[in-house]
Design a binder for this molecule. Structure first.
Ligand code: URA
Length: 240
């Protein structure tokens, strides 16, 4: 059961106060009856809600893709820094959206934000080896040996040996790297381990979800149906 104003906030672009106003003005129907009481409780799985005569579909979860800009931290809240949730419109921050995985403050590109904790954690679980592809630029030219060393696995300062990864070189100092794990600062530490330095990093894919090139830095959109199916593991219970 859910309050009507909360249902509208979660499933339309209305903020809570706009939803309350719309209800008071008689713009909202539940099961073909106008309801003017904003704390009216409805069964989100069974009730049919209309706003201004248009059906309001029940979206159990929110799934967004953001082209993360530099200078913003991948967190839900931070005392000092601006977060990826802070730069979303207000209506999303109220829906417990969080970033699925982390990008460093200066890393840009694909970040998925959701309030579907179960599937986010499933995809992030190390045993799932989800691929993550990044465009990179490094400070020093890469030799063929450097590439083989990185692809095979390097020993990081803390002794951890990285798993197999793939590099597609585009120039001596740039290319794409695909990793199948997600250790803290992993790519920067891999390049550091061979005496090089990452100067630019942009995630362009997460598993089968690819960054939408039409999104400028800081922009976002909802995942489309195919992307959502991938994210939710095609689980019918989670389908919207
Ligand atoms: N590896 C890094 O070093 N930083 C990121 O933000 C992502 C992967």
């Amino acid at each position: 059961m859910q309050r009507l104003d909360k249902y509208l906030t979660n499933n339309t672009s209305l903020t809570r106060s706009e939803a309350v106003k719309a209800i008071k003005l008689g713009r909202v129907m539940v099961n073909y009856r106008i309801i003017k009481n904003n704390d009216y409780k409805l069964d989100e799985n069974l009730s049919k809600v209309f706003l201004d005569g248009s059906f309001v579909k029940y979206n159990k979860f929110i799934y967004l893709m953001m082209n993360k800009p530099s200078g913003i931290v991948s967190a839900t809240g931070d005392k000092k820094e601006k977060t990826v949730v802070d730069i979303l419109p207000k209506e999303y921050s109220k829906k417990d959206v969080f970033p699925c995985g982390r990008l460093d403050k200066d890393t840009v590109g694909l970040l998925i934000l959701t309030n579907d904790g179960v599937n986010a954690h499933r995809l992030l679980a190390p045993k799932n080896n989800i691929s993550k592809t990044y465009e990179f630029i490094c400070a020093e030219p890469m030799s063929d040996d450097d590439i083989t060393t990185i692809e095979t696995g390097v020993k990081l300062k803390d002794g951890y040996i990285t798993k197999h990864c793939i590099i597609e070189r585009e120039s001596k100092k740039s290319g794409k790297i695909t990793i199948f794990e997600g250790k803290y600062h992993e790519i920067k530490r891999i390049f550091g381990a061979i005496g090089n330095k990452i100067t630019f990093l942009k995630r362009i894919s997460f598993g089968e979800i690819h960054l939408d090139n039409s999104l400028n830095y800081g922009e976002f959109r909802e995942l489309n149906d195919v992307e959502k199916e991938y994210f939710t593991g095609n689980n019918v219970d989670n389908k919207q």
